[in-house]
Ligand binder design. Structure first.
Ligand SMILES: *[C@@H]1O[C@H](CO)[C@@H](O)[C@H](O)[C@H]1NC(C)=O
Ligand SMILES: *[C@@H]1O[C@H](CO)[C@@H](O)[C@H](O)[C@H]1NC(C)=O
Ligand SMILES: *[C@@H]1O[C@H](CO)[C@@H](O)[C@H](O)[C@H]1NC(C)=O
Ligand SMILES: *[C@@H]1O[C@H](CO)[C@@H](O)[C@H](O)[C@H]1NC(C)=O
Length: 961
């Protein structure tokens, strides 16, 4: 047979590990943290008593099997189930005619051994309806109480190759698995899953369908088409009482939550992209730690002993650029999810229609409009356009059932929205508005002013008059009869007939016939839009109380009626007499939207007045206020006395209390996230409350972001060693920048002891052989470094340099010599081997090796028909586990392996020969690497499996002889 054929096929030799840690279930009494324990009584093989004993708490200690209970479901529903003590086949039994409960030999027909498992963990005896309970401190049938099951290793999903939690058991840690890394059985037969709280078992099917499972499944249908299976933590974290993810555990999902009972902090698994803030008090106060990554051992962590218990915690995503305020929780899409009523990037303010520090909803009566916002009072406000106590009337300026806004401009609407224009304005019927001036008026600013009588037209703004043709301009800009015409003063000249005619008797002078032709009225009369009206009262300044909006006032100097000032609906001259001046005119009623202020109409009341919405008048504040919301002394906004600050509307304090900031003589409340501040915004804090003790960029936050720690001034960068930390020193880490290092206490100086590997998702070391979890030890380099620094203390720099240079020189020379020798040796060996090699010899080698391997205990062997992983698959760390699982084919116990390894037999040399052939043939380097690891005594780099290329006389499948 050709040599090449040896390497076309090979078997993978795997040393199977005997596992000490099993996923045992304990039945735990919640109140006393104790577990059901069977007392072994010698020679009593029928029944033995049950006691309560403190539960096993340490994954590093072995525990007695008498603790371990299995629930064997009668139905797949897990409802009626005998509870069997592990391996012993003793069943939890209610004794007939007594309250005692013992562990007795199992009898599948005995109903007194069947238990009903309720959701809350209470176990009911099928027979009597009583529960597993405590009578005194003895386990007995009694009143129902809560019991709990928990697992020794609840930090992983347990996959059983058969249904009902039987068959081979695989522990699946947080990772991605492909079909190659999973037991073959799950593709052909039903299997079962134990999924601890907080874990998700995600099946990605090849047709892109995704199924997610979150709790135990007694019977899963075989998987027909698999892309991958992902074991993942749900958003949140799982905290464990004991280090190494052991003891009682609780899954805490995103959001703030209080634990009912304080829980010790032993270790925590943190879902990626999330962080937890652990508080020692139940109200999110006390000492806190921010945890951004899983931590396997809080013992010796650089935190206060007080912080090692947790009473409340707040879990959120870390994806948000802005720190969410206390009313928000960062979600994984990078935005703050706000509590109801809140809004904003950081959930820092109330939604419209919500008010107060808790952003509660406005009273339903308010129609969603109230004095809203964090500082709001919640007082109802009507929708724009509405008014009245129940907001069922139209506010001035609004009309109709829907209280639509009046669009008249310089006029008011009636119920139907028809305009009545203010005095001097002309209704434009096309668009129902009053913008232009009617005849006889000119536009001056916003007003329409009266043209002088006798003017043919007036110039806008100035009012400059073009007198009618038969009149002449006087020196004061008015019009008067032309004296060149021969008419007398009470006559007018008619241009058509060229004759003089008498004026109307109301006129003193005129330009034409009738009441409309006056230029000047008789002394007891005033001119109003072309007519002269008789004044009945000399103390009344108003010209005509007649039509809607047509308010005119007497201008004594011109004896005419003029329009009220802009935005005025009515006006008068106070204490009117013959000598009153038009300049003394005062508005008495304003257009809608304006407030009457000292005789004028204004949009906004001046500083020291407030707008009274009942009569639309600007009214005086209390004298203590410089500005106010109302007339009372507790409605001040600012104070008139500069030494006082308005606190809750009252101007009596010379200082603002804490929680307020003095701004313009007002005590403004700080944002509810701060206790002291420079302004009302969320990022203007200067002092923080105990539930958000750290100040970061002016905002009070629970903890500093990952990679930083808090000091008095804010958040500072961690030491380069730490990925997260509690202080600046390298021994204050909570996580390591170098992912191959492990926390030892608070420093990243730990590594896995020889023969164990680091489980990255858990930051734990696991023995390759026994699967025991081992505490990390100080890395070699760290020890060396310590020594180096200790010894070099006394040395001068040049001595150190000399030593270093010397070492380098020595190294170079050594390498050159070694290379030279190695090349020569390899040439020789290759030649020797080529001379010796033949098929029989190789087969002999194989047999010898296998005999050696089997000698101590004859381990089982099998062969996996599935194709081996390609080298690149093996090198990928995610697939390493895949390779391991796939390669679990031939099993030799670890002891056997070690015995075999220690024997410096002939086979050792033989393997050397294979190695050389592999090199010479340019065969796949994956084999070579594995080969190396098996030959080294200490540095085993892959877990559980050691791959050896074996020749099986050329056939693909191969057979063991
Ligand atoms: C929080 O609880 C602690 C005790 O657990 C108490 O001393 C403290 O006053 C509480 N703080 C608040 C803000 O309720
Ligand atoms: C009144 O009319 C004037 C002139 O057309 C205009 O400038 C002003 O805006 C109008 N007032 C209102 C309230 O519409
Ligand atoms: C009110 O107006 C009158 C004249 O129109 C003026 O003399 C007086 O000072 C004003 N009062 C205030 C408080 O502005
Ligand atoms: C946890 O740390 C403590 C102190 O450093 C150590 O004694 C203990 O063995 C560690 N436990 C584990 C599980 O690593």
């Amino acid at each position: 047979m050709h040599i090449k054929n040896f390497f076309l096929s090979f078997l993978i030799l795997t040393i199977e590990l005997t596992s000490n840690v099993q996923a045992a279930k304990f039945i735990r009494n919640e109140q006393t943290l104790s577990c059901l324990d069977r007392s072994f009584i010698p020679f009593s093989d029928k029944c033995s008593t049950i006691t309560l004993t403190p539960c096993p708490t340490d994954r590093f200690q072995s525990f007695t099997e008498s603790f371990e209970w299995d629930i064997i479901p009668v139905n797949s529903s897990l409802k009626n189930s005998p509870i069997i003590i592990k391996s012993d086949k003793f069943c939890l039994s209610a004794l007939p005619n007594s309250n005692n409960i013992n562990a007795c030999s199992c009898d599948s027909a005995a109903t007194n051994q069947q238990w009903i498992l309720n959701n809350d963990g209470v176990l009911n005896n099928v027979d009597s309806g009583k529960c597993l309970g405590l009578v005194g401190d003895k386990v007995a049938l009694g009143t129902c109480q809560a019991w709990k099951f928990y697992h020794v290793a609840p930090h992983a999903v347990n996959l059983y190759t058969s249904k009902e939690f039987t068959g081979k058991q695989e522990k699946l840690l947080v990772n991605t698995y492909t079909s190659k890394s999973l037991p073959a059985e799950i593709f052909s037969s039903a299997f079962s899953l134990e999924i601890p709280p907080g874990f998700e078992f995600i099946v990605n099917k090849s047709n892109n369908k995704v199924e997610i499972f979150e709790s135990d499944i007694a019977q899963m249908s075989p998987i027909d088409s698999l892309d991958s299976i992902i074991i993942r933590l749900k958003p949140g974290m799982i905290i464990y009482e004991e280090p190494a993810y052991f003891g009682a555990s609780k899954f805490m999902k995103v959001g703030p939550s209080e634990l009912l009972q304080t829980m010790n902090l032993g270790s925590a698994l943190v879902s990626e992209g999330f962080r937890g803030v652990f508080w020692s008090n139940s109200n999110f106060t006390g000492n806190n730690i921010g945890l951004f990554e899983s931590i396997a051992n809080f013992t010796g962590a650089p935190v206060d002993a007080k912080q090692l218990s947790v009473a409340s915690l707040d879990i959120s995503a870390t994806a948000c650029q802005n720190e969410c305020g206390s009313s928000g929780t960062c979600s994984s899409d990078g935005t703050c999810a706000c509590k109801p009523g809140f809004t904003g990037d950081r959930c820092e303010r109330c939604l419209p229609g919500f008010f107060g520090a808790t952003c509660q909803e406005c009273n339903a009566k308010c129609n969603k409009i109230c004095d809203d916002g964090l500082a709001g009072t919640g007082e109802c406000k009507c929708n724009p356009g509405f008014t009245g106590e129940t907001c069922n009337q139209c506010a001035p300026g609004f009309f109709g059932n829907k209280c639509e806004e009046c669009q008249c401009g310089n006029g008011t609407c009636d119920e139907q929205g028809n305009c009545s224009c203010n005095a001097g304005f002309l209704l434009d019927p096309k668009n129902n508005r009053c913008m232009d001036c009617k005849e006889g008026f000119y536009k001056s600013g916003k007003e329409c002013k009266l043209c002088a009588p006798g003017c043919g037209s007036c110039e806008a703004e100035t009012g400059k008059c073009q007198c009618l043709p038969n009149l002449k301009s006087s020196d004061d800009g008015l019009c008067e009869p032309n004296p060149d015409l021969t008419c007398s003063p009470d006559e007018y000249f008619d241009t058509v007939s060229q004759l003089c005619f008498k004026c109307d008797p109301t006129c003193e002078t005129c330009f034409g016939p009738g009441v409309g032709g006056c230029i000047k009225c008789q002394p007891s009369m005033v001119y109003l839009e072309g007519s002269c009206i008789l004044l009945t009262q000399t103390t009344e300044s108003k010209c005509s109380p007649s039509a809607v909006n047509q308010a005119f006032v007497i201008d004594n100097s011109k004896r005419t009626c003029v329009t009220c000032p802009s935005s005025c609906l009515d006006c008068s001259i106070p204490n009117f007499s013959e000598v009153s001046l038009i300049e003394e005119v005062q508005c008495t009623k304003c257009m809608p939207g304006f407030f009457l202020n000292n005789g004028t109409c204004v949009k906004n009341c001046p500083e020291n007045k407030y707008a009274d919405n009942t009569d639309f008048v600007c009214k005086d504040c209390d004298t203590s206020c410089a500005s106010c919301k109302g007339p009372k002394g507790n409605e001040c906004i600012t104070c008139s006395n500069e030494n006082f600050f308005a606190l809750d509307g009252v101007c009596s304090s010379t200082q603002c209390p804490s929680g307020f900031i003095a701004l313009n003589t007002t005590c403004t409340k700080c944002h509810s996230d701060c206790t002291e501040c420079t302004g009302p915004e969320i990022n203007q804090c200067t002092k923080c409350p105990p539930n958000r003790p750290i100040i970061k960029d002016g905002q009070c936050v629970e903890v500093c972001p990952m990679g930083t720690y808090a000091d008095e001034t804010g958040c500072q960068k961690c030491n380069a060693d730490c990925s997260s930390c509690v202080g600046s020193r390298p021994d204050q880490c909570l996580g390591c920048s170098d992912q191959s290092k492990i926390l030892l206490g608070g420093s990243c100086s730990g590594s896995c002891p020889a023969g164990s590997e680091l489980i990255k998702s858990e930051r734990l070391c696991q023995n390759l052989v026994t699967e025991d979890i081992l505490p990390p030890e100080k890395t070699r380099e760290d020890q060396k470094q310590d020594n180096y620094f200790n010894t070099s203390k006394g040395l001068e720099w040049w001595m150190v340099l000399l030593i270093v240079l010397g070492s380098i020189l020595f190294l170079i020379i050594s390498v050159m010599i070694m290379r030279c020798c190695a090349v020569r040796r390899r040439k020789k060996k290759t030649k020797e081997f080529g001379d010796q090699i033949d098929d029989n010899f190789v087969n002999d080698n194989l047999k010898t090796m296998l005999r050696n391997a089997r000698e101590p205990s004859q381990p089982e062997m099998s062969h996996d028909p599935r194709p081996a992983l390609r080298p690149h698959e093996i090198e990928n760390p995610l697939n390493q586990r895949a390779a391991e699982r796939h390669q679990k084919t031939m099993s030799i116990s670890s002891d056997d392996y070690n015995k075999w390894k220690k024997k410096p037999t002939k086979s050792d040399k033989d393997w050397g020969g294979f190695n050389n052939i592999a090199n010479a043939e340019g065969s796949n380097s994956g084999h070579r690497n594995s080969k190396r690891s098996i030959r080294s005594t200490n540095s085993i780099s892959t877990k559980r499996s050691y791959n050896l290329p074996l020749n099986i006389d050329g056939s693909r499948e191969g057979n063991w002889v």
